[in-house]
Ligand binder design. Sequence first.
Ligand code: C5P
Length: 239
Amino acid sequence: MTRDEARNKIIFALDVNEFSDVEKWASLIADRVGMFKVGKQLYTACGPVVVRMIQKYGGEVFLDLKYHDIPNTVAMASLEAARLGVKLFNLHALGGYEMMTTTVEALDREFRGAERPKVLAVTILTSSNEETLRAVGIDRPVPEMVVRLAQLAKRAGIDGVVASPQETPLIREACGKEFLIVTPGVRPAFASADDQKRIMTPASAVAAGADYLVIGRPISAASDPVQAAEAIVEEIMAA
Ligand code: C5P
C-alpha cells in the first residue's frame, strides 16, 4: 500500500466544540489524514460552516449525524448533507429499508451519475449489548443483528457501514468486498486505550477488512499530533 493510500484510510474524529479548535486541527493535519469526522456535538455547536472551514484547508468531511427519522425527512436532510460537499455521511439502519432506499434514490436523482457522497449505515451501536436490545424488544444476539442490518442496508443501496473491528470480518463475509466498512476503536501500538474496550491496531483493523479507520485521541492527545498521524500511516502501510 502506498503512503497516500494509507493516509486516505484515516478519518480524524474532530471531537471538539469550537471553531478555533476546528481551525487548529484542520490547518495542522488536513494533509496528514484522509478525512475529518464531524459529529453531533460539533455540528450542533457550530453548524455547517464547520464543514466549509475544513474544506477550506483542503480536508474532506465525514458528517456523522446518524439520521433516523421518517423516510422523507432523512432523504431531505441527506440531500442537504450532500450539498455541503461531504464525502461520507450516515444514518441508522434501524430506520428501515424504505428510509434507506428513499434516501439513496433522492441522492441518485440529484447527482444523476455524477460522484455523490457515500452513505453509511450504523447497525447496532457498540454501546448496546444483548440486554440493551432485549429492553427494546429485540430478542436476537448482537452479531446476528449487525449482519442482518448490514445486509438490509446493502439491499437498500447503502454504500457501507460503521462497525467495530471485531464485527468487520462477519460483515465483509456477508456483504462482499465492495461494501465499505468504517471502524472506530482503533489504537496504534504507541497509544493508550482510553475508554475503548475492544480495540485493534490500525494494521490489524485493515487486515480484518476495514476500508477506513476513525481515530481521535491517539492523534489529538499525542504530544506531537503530526508525528502520531505519520506513525499511524506507517502502521497501516505495514498491514
Ligand atoms: O478518540 P477515539 O479514537 O476513541 O475516537 C473515536 C471516535 O469514534 C469518537 O468520535 C467516537 O464517538 C466514535 N465512535 C466510537 N465507537 C463507536 C462509534 C463511534 O468510538 N462504536
